[in-house]
Design a protein around this ligand. Structure first.
Ligand code: MGD
Ligand code: SF4
Length: 716
C-alpha cells in the first residue's frame, strides 16, 4: 500500500530498551507511518509489532488534552493556570509546614533524559529532598547493583555488535523473543549464518525464546544462584579458567571482606553440580554441559539477562554471579564475549541511571552518599553545598508506603502508572488515596489518574524533542515530529513552569531541551560517562558513551578496553573498580522470599508478551495489537492443568497471602511453564494481577521480587 508521507523524522521507538531507530512519516502535521531506521546499529531497519503500530496509539480519543482538577471527587477540565497554581500552592505549603522531605517525585525509564535531569535538579538541588525515584527501581536496579559492585561503575561494557561475534549465548531470566523481539531477530540471524552458534536458555518457564535453544534449562524458581555457582565450580574444576586474566584483572570477595582464589574455590565446593541437583531440579550432567559450553576455550560467550534475574530478592547477587563466569574465563571486553544486561525500558539508562534520578544517585553515576559527589553537583547546579541532603531518599516501595503513613504529603508522578504496576498494590492504596497526587500523563483514565488530584496533559513521544539512553550505552536523539493535541505540553515545559512558580526560576534558565542538555553535559565532563553533544546526537544514529571530552560523533563501542575506550591506554583496564580489579564474589546462596508450602503450593511468575507493553495504556489503544491478544491470562503446565481438572478457557482464582485475582486459563505446551509454576500476564487494570505479587525487595537494590510468589488456585 502506498504510504502517504511528506517527510520522515529520525526518532527512536518508545517501548523497550533495544532502542530501535525509527523514521516517523509525517503528512499534514499527522503521523501517517513508522518504519525502522536502516542506519541504526541497534535494529538495522527492523521493528517489532509494537514499534510499527505506534501511529495507532498517538491519536486515540483517551489522550488528555486539558489539565484536570479533582472537584467534589470528580476530575474536571480546568486551565493550565488554575492547575499549576494549585500544584504550586500545595507543594509550597507542604515544604513550608513539613519540610522538603514531605514532597516527592516518581518518574520513569520512559521519560526523556532532559526531563529526568530537570526533575532531579528541581527536587534534590532546589527543593532539597532526595525523595525522587522511578520505575527503573522495579526493573533495572539490581543490574545497577551488580555492575557497581563488580566493576565499580554502572552499565554494560558490551554492545549490540557483539551479537555478530558471539558463538555461545547464555540467556538466563529473559524471554528475549517477546521482550526484546528485534534482538531475538539478530540472534536467529546469527544462528542461521553460523549454525555452530550455541544458544542456552535457562529459565524456570519455557517460553517462545526456547524455540531456538540448543540447550534449554528449566530450573526451580529462585534457584539460579545455585546453578551459576555450580557452573563456576565446573569451569574451575575442568581447567576452563583464564588464569592470567584472573591474576591481572580480578580480586575476590565474600561480600564482607577480600578473600583469595583458594578461599573462593573452597566456597564453591558446596555447589558441585551433584549437590545442587536437588535445589535446582537440573541434573548434574545438564549443568556440566552448560558450563562446558560457556567456558569452552576459543569460543566467545555472551550472557544476556533481564527481569528474571533483576526482579528478585537475590537480584544484585545473581547479577554478580553472571559477571563471575565471565571474569573466571576472561570472556569479557572482547568482541562477542561479554555480560550484557537487557534493559526493559527505552531510557532507564539514559534518563534515570545516568541523570541520577533515583533516590540514592546524582548525575554522571555519582552517589548521594559521597560528600565529594554532592559538592561537585551542588557547584554545577549553583546551589549551596548543603542543599543536597546527605540522606538517601525514599526508594519506590518505601515512597508509596510513606504516602500512606503521612510522611509524604505531595507526590508528582510522571510517565508511569504505579497504581497498576507496583507489587502487592493493594497495600499501597491508602497512600494513593491520602497523598496530594499530581499525575503528568498522556492518557486518561489510567489506574493512577483514578486517584489523581490533578492530571497534567503530557505531550507524547513524537510530539517533543529529547534524548534517550538505550541498553548498550547508546545515546539517541528524538526529533519532534508533530504538535501535541489540545493543550498538552512536553513534560520538560511543565517541570520548568513548576520550578519557576516554586521560586527557583534562576536555577532553570532553559528555553529548549538542548539548553538542558548543555548543562547536563557539564555534569558528565571528566567522568567516565562523558556524553556526546546535541549537534552530534542530532546527526548520528546513536552514539555510545564514553565520548572523551564530548568530542566527535564516534563513541566507545566497547568499554574498559583499548582502543575502543578512550580512557584505556592498552589492553583491558577496569578503571572504575578498586585497584582496577573487577570483583569475583562468593555470595551465599539466597532463594526466593516466599517458598511454596501446603497452603500455597504453586509458584506464580509474571511478565511481558510481545504484543503488549506494561499497563496497556499505550498498546491497549492499538486495535491491531488488541485483536492479537485481547485479554491477559494465566498459563498452566498441561500436567498441572490435568491434575487440577482445569481446562483452557476456564476462569481461576489465584490467591496469595496478599490478595486474589480471577483470570482465564491458558494451558501451555508440555513444559510450558515448568510443572508447579504458573505464568500470568499483568497488563489489564482490572482484574489486577499485582494484588497477588509480593513486595519483598532485594536488600541492596530495593527491587521487588515480581518474578516469584506462592499462590493457591481455585476454580471459579
Ligand atoms: P507503563 O504502562 O509503562 O507502566 O510500569 P509503569 O511504568 O507503571 O506506564 C507508563 C505511563 O506513561 C503510561 O500510563 C503512559 O500513558 C504514560 N506516558 C507515555 N508517554 C508519556 C509521556 O511522554 N509523558 C508522560 N507524562 N506520560 C507518558 C512499568 C513497571 O512495571 C516496570 S518498569 C517493571 S520492569 C515492572 N514489571 C512488572 C512485572 O514484570 N510483573 C508485574 N506483575 N508487575 C510489574 N510491574 C513493573
Ligand atoms: Fe520498539 Fe523494542 Fe520492538 Fe524495537 S524491539 S520496535 S525498541 S519494542
Amino acid at each position: 500500500k502506498q504510504i502517504d508521507v511528506d517527510h520522515w523524522v529520525k526518532s527512536v521507538c518508545r517501548y523497550c530498551g533495544t532502542g530501535c531507530g525509527v523514521l516517523i512519516g509525517v503528512k499534514d502535521g499527522k503521523v501517517t507511518a513508522v518504519k525502522g531506521d536502516p542506519d541504526n546499529e541497534g535494529n538495522k531497519g527492523l521493528l517489532c509489532a509494537k514499534g510499527y503500530y505506534l501511529p495507532q496509539v498517538i491519536t486515540h480519543s483517551e489522550r488528555v488534552t486539558k489539565p484536570l482538577i479533582r472537584k467534589n471527587g470528580k476530575l474536571e477540565p480546568s486551565t493550565w493556570e488554575e492547575a499549576m497554581e494549585l500544584v504550586t500552592a500545595k507543594f509550597k505549603e507542604s515544604i513550608a509546614s513539613n519540610g522538603p522531605d514531605s514532597v516527592a517525585f516518581y518518574g520513569s525509564g520512559q521519560q526523556l533524559a532532559e526531563e529526568g535531569y530537570v526533575a532531579n535538579k528541581l527536587f534534590k538541588g532546589a527543593i532539597g529532598t532526595n525523595n525522587i525515584d522511578g520505575n527503573p527501581r522495579l526493573c533495572m536496579a539490581s543490574a545497577v547493583g551488580g555492575f557497581t559492585t563488580t566493576f565499580g561503575a554502572d552499565e554494560p561494557m558490551g554492545c549490540l555488535e557483539d551479537f555478530e561475534h558471539a558463538n555461545v549465548f547464555f540467556i538466563i531470566g529473559s524471554n528475549i523473543a517477546e521482550a526484546h523481539p528485534v534482538l531475538f531477530g539478530r540472534l536467529t540471524d546469527k544462528k542461521k549464518k553460523d549454525p555452530d552458534t550455541k544458544i542456552i536458555i535457562a529459565d524456570p518457564r519455557r517460553h517462545r525464546s526456547h524455540e531456538i535453544a540448543d540447550i534449554s534449562l528449566q530450573f526451580v524458581p529462585g534457584t539460579d544462584m545455585a546453578l551459576l555457582h555450580a557452573m563456576a565450580y565446573v569451569i574451575i574444576e575442568e581447567g576452563m579458567t583464564d588464569e592470567e586474566f584472573i591474576a591481572k584483572h580480578t580480586s575476590f570477595s565474600n561480600g564482607k571482606e577480600a578473600i583469595n582464589f583458594e578461599a573462593y574455590k573452597e566456597f564453591l565446593k558446596e555447589f558441585t553440580p551433584e549437590k545442587v541437583e536437588k535445589v535446582t531440579g537440573l541434573s548434574a550432567a545438564q549443568i556440566q554441559e552448560v558450563a562446558r559450553l560457556f567456558g569452552a576455550k576459543g569460543k566467545n560467550t555472551m550472557s544476556m539477562w533481564t527481569m528474571g534475574i533483576n526482579q528478585r530478592v537475590a537480584g544484585v547477587w545473581a547479577n554478580n554471579l553472571i559477571h563471575n563466569l565471565h571474569l573466571l574465563t576472561g570472556k569479557i571486553c572482547k568482541p562477542g564475549s561479554t555480560p550484557f544486561s537487557l534493559t526493559g525500558q527505552p531510557s532507564a539508562c539514559g534518563s534515570v541511571r545516568e541523570t541520577g534520578a533515583l533516590s540514592h544517585l546524582l548525575p554522571g553515576h555519582r552517589v548521594i552518599a559521597n560528600e565529594k559527589h554532592r559538592k561537585e553537583i551542588a557547584e554545577l547546579w549553583g546551589v549551596p553545598a548543603d542543599r543536597i541532603s546527605p540522606q538517601v531518599g525514599l526508594h519506590t516501595m518505601e515512597l508509596f508506603k510513606a504516602c500512606g503513613d503521612g510522611r509524604v504529603k505531595c507526590l508528582y508522578v510522571m510517565c508511569t502508572n504505579p497504581a497498576h504496576s507496583l507489587p502487592n498494590v493493594n497495600a499501597y492504596q491508602e497512600g494513593f488515596e491520602k497523598v496530594f497526587m499530581v499525575v503528568a500523563e498522556a492518557f486518561h483514565p489510567t489506574a493512577t489518574t483514578k486517584y489523581a488530584d490533578v492530571v497534567l496533559p503530557a505531550a507524547f513521544w513524537c510530539e517533543k524533542e529529547g534524548v534517550y539512553g538505550n541498553t548498550d550505552r547508546r545515546t539517541q536523539h528524538l526529533a519532534k515530529a508533530i504538535n501535541p493535541p489540545g493543550e498538552a505540553k512536553p513534560d520538560l515545559d511543565i517541570l520548568l513552569d513548576l520550578a519557576q512558580r516554586l521560586g527557583y526560576g534562576e536555577l532553570f534558565p532553559f528555553k529548549t531541551p538542548e539548553d538542558v542538555w548543555n548543562e547536563y553535559l557539564k555534569c558528565t565532563t571528566g567522568t567516565h560517562m562523558e556524553l556526546a553533544t546535541y549537534p552530534a546526537l542530532r546527526e548520528a544514529h546513536g552514539i555510545q558513551w564514553p565520548v572523551k571530552g564530548h568530542q566527535g560523533n564516534k563513541g566507545a563501542v566497547r568499554r574498559y578496553v583499548a582502543p575502543e575506550d578512550p580512557y584505556v591506554k592498552e589492553g583491558i583496564d577496569f578503571y572504575s573498580a578498586k585497584d582496577h580489579r573487577a570483583v569475583i564474589f562468593a555470595r551465599p546462596y539466597l532463594g526466593p522470599a516466599e517458598v511454596v508450602d501446603e497452603e500455597y503450593p504453586y509458584y506464580l511468575t509474571t511478565g511481558r508478551i510481545l504484543e503488549h507493553w506494561h499497563t496497556l495504556t499505550m498498546t491497549g489503544k492499538c486495535p491491531t495489537l488488541m485483536r492479537a491478544v485481547p485479554k491477559q491470562y494465566v498459563e498452566l503446565n498441561p500436567q498441572d492443568a490435568t491434575e487440577l481438572g482445569i481446562k483452557e478457557g476456564d476462569t481461576v482464582r489465584l490467591v496469595s497471602r496478599r490478595g486474589k485475582v480471577e483470570i482465564p486459563v491458558r494451558v501451555g505446551r508440555p513444559g510450558e511453564p515448568r510443572p508447579g509454576l504458573f505464568f500470568a500476564l499483568w497488563f489489564e487494570p482490572d482484574p489486577l494481577v499485582n494484588v497477588v505479587t509480593i513486595d519483598a525487595v532485594d536488600a541492596a537494590s530495593k527491587e521487588p521480587e515480581f518474578k516469584i510468589c506462592a499462590v493457591k488456585i481455585e476454580k471459579v
